[in-house]
Design a binder for this molecule. Structure first.
Ligand code: 3PG
Length: 216
């Protein structure tokens, strides 16, 4: 089981976290296999579609070694549903202390979203140091990441939002940027269409480009 402490080490091994919206749950098992079989056994499945919890359950059944997080977790009820479905960590676009507390009482690690110093300090007060820098590109990109990392030596960041195959590498060279998230390798259109061959190609490209060695 992942804890708040082991989560950072685990996500650092993956380097790139595919953020996925699954509208058609029947695509979930094949999608899980496309990630695992091509060398990136991790997914953040967003709670932006009705079937998110079912999709997580089906992905975990198809590939038990796939590390699955639930994204866009906005309240305790969603965290509970995601955990029951098999999600091992929770991610949110923002920092909501109520959701932080709910995840803590469920015993599941949580990565809140931040994009300024005050939010970093709020996170630190809540004893959270692994943070999603979101929306990364729109919030100042690499320069803002450097500006946040300098005064706050105890934080690690997962930049997400506007990242691509081209710019993710620049973020990953920064110390304490442990991984990057993004939808670019699993775009909703390809997931909806069941285009797992194209998704597999994207995954292989990412694995090769960032020398990812994280076999399930
Ligand atoms: C998220 O939920 O993390 C973002 O929607 C991902 O942003 P992207 O689509 O720009 O990668």
């Amino acid at each position: 089981m992942l804890t708040q402490t082991t989560l950072a080490t685990t996500l650092a091994r993956f380097k790139i976290i595919p953020v996925i919206q699954i509208n058609r749950v029947e695509q979930a098992p094949a999608l899980a296999r496309a990630l695992v079989d091509n060398g990136l056994p991790v997914a953040e499945v967003t709670f932006r579609s009705e079937g998110a919890a079912d999709a997580i359950r089906l992905m975990k059944q198809a590939c038990p070694k796939l590390c699955i997080g639930a994204g866009t977790i906005l309240n305790g009820a969603q965290a509970e549903a995601a955990l029951a479905a098999g999600a091992e960590f929770m991610v949110a676009p923002g920092l909501n202390p109520t959701t932080v507390k709910a995840c803590r009482s469920l015993g599941v690690p949580f990565i809140p979203g931040i994009n300024n110093p005050s939010q970093v300090e709020q996170a630190l007060e809540l004893e959270l140091s692994l943070l999603k820098f979101f929306p990364a590109e729109a919030s100042g990109g690499i320069n803002m990441v450097k500006s946040l990392l300098a005064p706050y030596q105890q934080i690690s960041l997962m930049p997400t939002g506007g990242l691509t195959l081209e710019n993710a590498g620049d973020y990953l060279t920064l110390p304490r940027v442990i991984c990057c998230g993004g939808t670019w390798l699993t775009p909703t259109r390809l997931v909806d269409d069941g285009a797992m061959d194209l998704i597999g190609q994207n995954v292989r490209q990412v694995v090769a480009r960032f020398a990812i060695d994280a076999r399930a």
